[in-house]
Design a protein. Structure first.
Length: 118
């Protein structure tokens, strides 16, 4: 059973927004996941798609190194997790000389792909 993962760290988008997209593809075949991400209107679909593409490429390389045959149509998204990253704290000018805090959130995407057992 071939298993590979890909990680993107410090994506400048909140984890809550990215999780909505990750929930769409979890447990689905890779081809179906790509089509869902391609036609999704969410902004996080682009970065998640790139991480999924990287995970598939990692599975291909891992299979080549082990001299195994990999059928990419048999791959599915075993897990897709989105964790919170570091929060950038900034300040924005406000009325009467004050400053209001801004929290620019980041997230870490981890996607694990595996082959289905027959």
């Amino acid at each position: 059973m071939t298993e590979a993962r890909a990680v993107q760290r410090s994506l400048r988008q909140s984890a809550r927004k990215v999780r909505l997209v990750a929930d769409l593809i979890r447990g689905r075949p890779v081809n179906e996941a790509f089509s869902l991400l391609k036609f999704s209107k969410k902004g996080a679909a682009g970065p998640v798609r790139k991480v999924l593409l990287s995970a598939v490429a990692n599975a291909r390389v891992k299979a080549e190194r082990a001299t195994e045959r990999l059928d990419e149509d048999q791959l599915y998204v075993k897990s897709a997790t989105v964790d919170e990253g570091a929060t950038l704290k900034r300040f924005q000018p406000a009325a009467m000389g004050r400053a209001t805090p801004l929290k620019k959130r980041t997230s870490h995407i981890t996607i694990l792909v595996a082959t289905k057992e027959r």
